[in-house]
Design a protein around this ligand. Structure first.
Ligand code: SF4
Length: 269
């Protein structure tokens, strides 16, 4: 099966999904990717880390803001962004969670799908780099992903399969750092203000919680998909990960992977 077969637009969503699973199983039998043997039992955020997390997030974003890009973007509309940020931090709940799905600016999957079906909608589908396999031919701590389905590593990779099944016209991005995704959304919002920029992004619970206020600052609507496995649940681990030091793998639980696929299928219909 070639890359072209999978990307063939005449195939239905289910046919593509079956082809991808078939190819993945075959690749696993001949050249298996390194995997987590079991899912470690880790809390999403350690109690110490959870204390004052909003302040930690604020300090982290501005303290690691290379070339002051985020600050300069905020200063383009200081009143608007400050008002939205303050409104968000004083809200009891700045996102809504249902199992592994975190909703921002929308309360349900259905409401999100309705937003995505609007004429001016632009969907960004993003994946945290820590979800890439160790053997990734594009490298782990990069924003690259060649998605070559003739390569057995890509054939087994959840990111590759999800990218192949993501809604047409969505922008697919690999996320090395929180500043990379922040800068991307500031750019989109400033360069294409008439569009509604929405997102589906995989990340660990700590990141999904920490940066909710910044998403709300930009009035973004989206769904965060919680990663499991060797997640970051302390500031120290998060800081190292943001520098590319991340020996552990993160994964989507199989139920969550299926929910993500179901969301993509609903967005196609
Ligand atoms: S599909 Fe992308 S992320 Fe996955 S192994 Fe291939 S290049 Fe890496």
């Amino acid at each position: 099966m070639s890359k072209l077969n999978i990307l063939n637009n005449t195939l239905s969503f289910e046919q593509k999904k079956e082809l991808l699973e078939e190819k993945s199983l075959l690749a696993e039998q001949t050249q298996p990717n390194q995997k987590l043997k079991t899912l470690p039992k880790m809390v999403g955020i350690t109690p110490d880390t959870a204390k004052g997390l909003k302040t930690k997030a604020f300090k982290y974003i501005l303290g690691h803001d290379k070339d002051r890009k985020i600050l300069k973007a905020i200063l383009k509309h200081p009143l608007r962004y400050t008002f939205r940020y303050l409104t968000s931090i004083f809200k009891k709940k700045n996102y809504h969670r249902k199992e592994d799905l975190f909703f921002y600016g929308v309360k349900s999957k259905e409401a999100f799908i309705n937003q995505c079906k609007r004429k001016n909608a632009h969907l960004v589908v993003g994946f945290s780099y820590c979800q890439k396999p160790h053997e990734c031919p594009s490298g782990r701590f990069t924003d690259k992903c060649i998605r070559d389905f003739t390569n057995p590593i890509c054939a087994q990779c959840d990111i590759g399969k999800l990218c192949a099944l993501a809604p047409k016209n969505s922008s697919l991005v690999m996320i090395p750092t929180v500043h990379d995704i922040g800068n991307l959304f500031f750019d989109l919002v400033h360069k294409e203000p008439d569009k509604e920029h929405l997102f589906v992004i995989t990340a660990c619970e700590m990141t999904l919680t920490m940066f909710a206020d910044f998403g709300n600052m930009l009035a973004l609507k989206g769904i965060g998909i919680r990663l499991d496995g060797r997640i970051c649940n302390t500031m120290r681990a998060f800081d190292l990960s943001e520098r590319g030091v991340k020996p552990g793998l993160t994964v989507l639980r199989s139920k969550t992977y299926d929910q993500m696929l179901e969301l993509f299928k609903d967005l196609e219909n």
